[in-house]
Write a protein that binds this ligand. Structure first.
Ligand code: GLN
Ligand code: ZN
Length: 758
């Protein structure tokens, strides 16, 4: 008799299949619903999501994964550990919103905390702020209330907590000469209290997330695990989880910890399974994260069954099956996607379906004959996908095989290109431009939506968009900008636009994933080999150029960003996918150029965030990412000027690779850092041209001429004026025309004033 295999997930998406949480939050922030009504929506979603987990047959439901904005901020609330400026009263829901957003319906406004990316995902968390005198007092009862709520509904619960070391690791010091790790003893006392309380609530297992274990931690941080889990050991039992990458480099530390089980990510790092099983301490549970929590593909259950059989034989009831990481990073429910091509649809599984995959697999591992057969049946389409003609395109493969280093190089070095471009473009010193998008008015959004829904015919749609392009060109001419853009009215999103036009992508209707707070993104899915069947941007750009004598900048999204902001296929390396996209973009660059477009911008804001979890792998990633960008750009003749835009990025540890992009001009977000970001470029002697953003487009404030001049002067102290451009921080699609014109008027005036001085 085999003993039953336990199944669970590390967390469920919280936003709701119709983004109910987002809409309720935003209504609450606008004062349209009460806090009680907002809380009601939260409770409704939690019940629904627990119901979906237990309905799928999971042995426990996960509690504590729900968050009103972000789970790291939720942990700060639980620990009563909030930024000093937000500590005036006992923390409540509005305190949480104030920390996250700087404001809430009640209480005074105070600067929000920083937000940053959650490991290598597109989720963003609120960064905890640490000072030497910080105290931790278990405060916000949300977790305990949710446990009671789930139990009352009849569920067997497994709460999840962000572990103490990762909580400290993810935060930052607010004071000099202070090491946040020194707060560990105080923090552990609070965790002890939380665990005691959970024990009194009858909790048997706690999932304690320590995702920092997958990083290459400094020694003192890795050592801290030992102390921490010495202290936290006891009731309830602890399932220590790590995910997103291999953790075998930490196994010496991990296997000595006083915990009761370990979860590892077998989807991101299948190669670690044998070693982890081999070294698993006696009595520990192994939670094998076999169903990918952060992609949309149906699991190959038959293959998993074969690979897990020996593990089951060895571990018996100590084997648990789980999602690789929290399903937070996966869309919610494939059942809603009625428009996706049926062949593609049977290759996919979203959060709800992934729960079912786990229970089916567990039954099969436990020897249930029907389940074994069902696994084979379920996996047949994803197996068949490997040879599907829909996926594999011989021409794309052949062309990819012709990629050489030379293909990625422009015909002349920057110095010579710059000379030719100066001649052909005739731009003034400190040329002014914008980053691409102009205000997306309600009218524009409605027209796009109507066109998609078939309420507006193609001819009328094209006429409407041309109207917006004409309007944008006229306004830019009036503003006297030097390099114009068409304004991107036809694009809902800089990646989805290309995903819809390129072959090889599927676009979902409800595949939303939380990015931060109430903001969700709907990544497209890379289903098959990618190619371009027709020009994608040429007609719009050409039309814009026909309306003006000034150069209009063509606008493309780069290969690394398109890859980074979609769900990639898993049967091809990220490098190979990026190269396919790069080749398609390369043809678009050539077409734009042939139609008289002299400047082409290839946006790559996602290069930085695509960095692997382990620092030792960064360079290999950067090398192929840079090459993919260069492949797309290198069809440009020397006199065609290639721009790139990278938003806000940490440039210090990748400046060499940024320079290696060899873009003629790079624009970046620098205004909020007061041009600090340029230091990396200065120190590296960055050779090409730079447009450091001179005002913050995230703020409705209009920058004055003086403020802009001051920033440009700071930039000029670091980069010679001959290589500087004047532009905003990023695209202007979220601003109004009124704000945009006022800000750009001042920007152009600042540039003109400065030209006289230099
Ligand atoms: N060209 C895009 C725009 O202006 C760039 C957006 C971005 O960098 N995220 O909107
Ligand atoms: Zn940007």
């Amino acid at each position: 008799m085999t003993v039953k295999t336990t199944t669970h997930i590390l967390g469920y998406p919280r936003i709701g299949s119709q983004r109910e949480l987002k809409f309720a939050q935003e209504k609450y922030w606008r004062g349209e619903i009460s806090q009680a009504e907002l809380k009601e929506v939260g409770s409704l979603l939690r019940h629904r999501h627990w119901g979906e987990q237990s309905g799928a047959g999971l042995d426990v439901v996960t509690v504590g994964d729900f968050a009103w904005y972000d789970h790291v901020l939720g942990t700060s609330m639980l620990l009563g550990h909030l930024p000093k400026r937000h500590r005036s009263s006992f923390p409540d829901l509005d305190t949480l919103f104030r920390v996250a957003r700087g404001k809430a319906p009640t209480g005074c406004a105070c600067a929000a905390s920083d937000m940053t990316k959650w490991f290598n995902t597109n989720y963003h968390y609120i960064v905890p702020e640490f000072s030497a005198d910080d105290e931790f007092t278990v405060s916000w009862p949300q977790l305990f209330e949710e446990i009671a709520e789930a139990k009352k509904a009849g569920h067997k619960v497994k709460p999840v907590l962000l572990g103490p070391i990762s909580y400290l690791w993810l935060g930052k010091e607010k004071e000099a000469d202070f090491d946040r790790l020194s707060l560990l003893p105080r923090l552990l006392a609070a965790y002890q209290q939380i665990l005691n309380k959970l024990a009194t609530l009858g909790v048997e297992w706690v999932q304690i997330d320590e995702p920092s274990l997958a990083l290459e931690l400094p020694k003192e941080w890795a050592d801290a695990f030992n102390i921490a889990y010495q202290v936290l050991h006891g009731a309830p039992k602890l399932l220590l989880t790590a995910y997103f990458d291999n953790i075998t480099h930490q196994l010496d530390t991990i296997t000595k910890l006083k915990v009761d089980g370990l979860h590892v990510d077998i989807s991101a790092a299948p190669e670690q399974l044998d070693e982890v099983v081999g070294r698993l301490p006696e009595h520990w549970v192994l939670s094998a994260g076999v169903v990918n929590g952060r992609n949309v593909w149906r699991a190959d259950l038959s293959a998993l069954l074969e690979c897990l059989k020996p593990v089951k034989a060895k571990l018996g009831e100590r084997l648990w099956l789980a999602s690789s990481c929290s399903l937070l990073h996966s869309p919610m429910d494939l059942d809603l996607e009625t428009d996706v091509d049926p062949e593609v649809r049977q290759w996919l599984a979203f959060a709800k379906q992934k729960c079912r995959e786990l229970t089916l697999l567990a039954q099969a591992i436990d020897g249930n004959e029907i389940a074994i057969e069902e696994c084979a049946h379920y996996s047949a389409p994803i197996k068949a996908r490997a040879t599907s003609s829909l996926v594999n395109n011989e021409q794309v493969r052949q062309r990819s095989a012709t990629i050489t280093d030379a293909l990625a190089e422009r015909k002349q070095p920057y110095e010579e290109r710059a000379r030719e471009q100066r001649q052909s473009l005739g731009l003034p010193l400190l040329p002014t431009t914008t980053i691409g998008s102009f205000p997306q008015t309600n009218e524009i959004r409605t027209q796009r939506r109507d066109f998609k829904a078939g309420r507006l015919n193609e001819q009328d749609y094209i006429a409407a968009m041309k109207g917006h392009i004409g309007d944008a060109i006229e306004r830019q001419n009036k503003l006297d900008l030097d390099v114009l853009v068409h304004g991107e009215a036809e694009r809902n999103d800089m990646v989805e636009y290309f995903a819809e036009l390129l072959e090889g992508f599927a676009v979902t209707r409800f595949g939303w994933v939380q990015s931060y707070g109430s903001r969700c993104v709907k990544p497209a899915v890379i289903v098959s080999d990618i190619y371009r069947s027709a020009p994608m941007t040429v007609a719009w750009t050409q039309y814009a150029q026909s309306l003006t004598d000034k150069p209009v900048k063509g606008m493309l999204t780069g290969p690394v960003t398109i890859l980074g902001w979609t769900f990639p296929r898993e049967d091809l390396s990220r490098e190979a996918i990026a190269n396919q996209i790069a080749l398609a973009l390369r043809d678009e660059v050539a077409d734009l150029q042939n139609k008289g477009i002299k400047i082409i911008q290839i946006d790559e804001p996602a290069i930085r965030e695509g960095m692997p979890i382990k620092a030792s792998q960064w360079q290999a990633y950067l090398d192929w990412a840079v090459k993919a960008f260069k492949i797309s750009a290198a069809s440009a003749e020397p006199q065609t000027q290639i721009h790139t835009h990278m938003c806000y990025s940490e440039f210090n540890d990748m400046i060499e690779s940024v320079a290696a992009l060899d873009a003629d001009v790079i624009t970046i977000e620098t205004s909020r850092s007061d041009m600090e970001l340029l230091k990396a470029f200065e120190a590296f002697d960055y050779p090409n041209e730079i447009g450091p953003g001179v005002y913050d487009i995230h703020s409705p404030n209009i920058p004055t001429v003086e403020q802009i001049i001051e920033l440009v002067e700071k930039a000029e102290a670091q980069i010679p004026a001959q290589r500087l451009w004047i532009n905003p921080d990023c695209g202007l699609k979220t601003r109004s025309w009124e704000e945009t014109e006022a800000a750009l008027t001042n920007m152009v005036e600042a540039a003109k004033t400065l030209r006289e001085q230099y």
